[in-house]
Structure formats: C-alpha cells, structure tokens
Design a protein around this ligand. Structure first.
Ligand code: ZN
Length: 277
C-alpha cells in the first residue's frame, strides 16, 4: 500500500525577488495562480508569506485575506498555512492575521541565527503566539530551526499551549542553524518519536539540500516541503521555472518510495484538521 505524503509548497518566502528568481510569485494574484498550479501538481498544503506593493515582506492582514480567499476558491480543500515568521516584520504584526482563521500557521519555538541576522523568538512571544493560535482554532506547525526548539515544543504541549499532536517541521541547511546532515535528521526523528509520539513531521532542506531532504522524507515515511521560498534553484545548474515544477518533481518520484501525494481530504485527516464543505 502506498502511503500518502502531504506535499507542502512554500510559494514565496520573505527574501525580495530583486536579485532572486523572477518565478517567485509576489502579488496576491500571482500567488493564487502559482498555488493553483501546485495544487494541480499534487500539493495539498500551501505556506504563505505576503509582500507589500514594493515587494518587501508584508504583514497586512488584508493581503493574507486576499490570498486565502483566492486559494479557497481555486484550490478546494487545500490546507492554508500562514507564516508568522519574523524577517522584515515587527513582532506585534506577526500574529495579526491569525484572526482570519487559516487552517494552520507556523510557530518557531525559539531563537536562532540566520545567515545575516538573528531570528528572535523570546519565550513570552512564543507562548503568546501559541495562545493566539489556540484561541483562533489555528493548528500550529512547529518550526525546528535548532535543536532546543523541539524540546520547547514539548514544553508547550505540557503547558497546554500546543496540541499533543502538532505538525513539526525540521528546517535543515540554513547557514548558522541546523546543517542538512542525515545523522541529525535521524536524531531529530527519534527524539520527536520519544517526546511527542502523536506528532506528524516534515523536513525542509534549504537551497541545494532541498531535493536530498525531500528524498529522506519520502524514504522514512514523513511529509515533504518544497517551493521557491526555500530554493530558487531546481538543481545545481538552473533556476526552477516555477513552484509547480518543484512539486511535480516530488509527485513524480513518490512511486519509487511506495508513496503517493495525499489529496487535500487525506491531508486534512492526517493532520486532524476540519473538513471543508
Ligand atoms: Zn516561510
């Protein structure tokens, strides 16, 4: 029996496209169109950042609302996840769009260095964000950028601020944070199994590690994340033409690992999310 894999696509991210891949969608209509292509290629979860009209990272709930509305219309059942990530955004603004009640939102459970900055998530800020998600019925995807964040997530569960079955993402390959090493991947999975046996998991490989980490996840029964947020290059030699191209690469290779892309309905069951009409 092929085991379904939830393919997450992170369509945009928060690095301005000026020097970057022109295929990155930045306006709400570009984002909706790109998401629909990914949905048709097998993605069942979309991770969303928004951009201001000048393409800088945005936090305006109205922008999130427009993208959410379009994705709901053109990608029925697809799981919508908003980023509460910090790059370019004031802390107070990072949870402002949770009142729109997306299915999910990302939650980094600690601070870490990024290539040229500090990604700051103080304990009280993390707890407040977790509480706001609970209040709005938004499921958290725990972002593990560094080892302590896994144990912090388990503490949040103990405090009742996080479901005992969170979706956990290991983010590997960011300079100054966790390297994309197989031994670390195996260790993180084993620790998660011990700490939060009901959790589901996914790993993201950044940059040239993206495809390698996708393969590890397919092999080990986890879920996959791809998209131009994490990787503007399809491989070492050329730029990816689109988010959908990256999704298709996973969908096409699933069979080799006895996997198949989860439908949105299956993905919602796996993550214990509400069904949509
Ligand atoms: Zn993101």
């Amino acid at each position: 029996m092929e085991k379904p894999v939830i393919i997450t696509v992170a369509i945009t991210g928060s690095v301005p496209r000026k020097t970057d891949n022109p295929a990155v969608p930045v306006t709400p209509s570009e984002q909706i169109e790109s998401t629909q292509e990914c949905y048709e290629a097998g993605a069942s979860l979309v991770h969303i950042h928004v951009r201001n009209p000048d393409e800088s990272p945005g936090s305006d709930p109205a922008l999130f609302a427009r993208v959410q509305e379009g994705v709901r219309k053109y990608c029925p059942g697809m799981i919508i996840q908003f980023s509460t990530g910090g790059r370019g955004r004031e802390q107070a603004a990072r949870g402002a769009m949770l009142s729109l009640r997306p299915d999910m939102a990302s939650l980094a459970t600690g601070s870490v260095n990024f290539p040229t900055s500090v990604y700051e998530n103080p304990p009280d800020f993390v707890e407040n964000l977790a509480r706001t998600m609970l209040d709005n019925g938004v499921k958290a995807e725990v972002e593990v950028f560094d080892l302590a964040m896994l144990y912090n997530a388990a503490n949040l569960v103990r405090k009742g601020l996080l479901s005992p079955a969170p979706h956990v993402q290991f983010v590997m390959g960011i300079a100054n944070a966790l390297p994309a090493r197989r031994s670390i991947f195996d260790f993180l999975r084993a620790e998660l199994e011990m700490l939060l046996p009901e959790a589901t998991w996914v790993a993201a490989g950044i940059g040239r590690h993206q495809w390698e980490v996708n393969q590890w996840c397919l092999q080990e029964g986890g879920h996959c994340r791809t998209g131009l947020e994490d990787n503007t290059r399809f491989d070492q030699t050329r730029l990816a033409a689109s988010n959908a191209e990256l999704v298709r690469k996973i969908a096409d290779d699933c069979g080799k690992y006895n996997r198949r892309p989860a439908s949105p309905i299956e993905a919602r069951q796996i993550l214990n999310l509400r069904r949509v009409a």
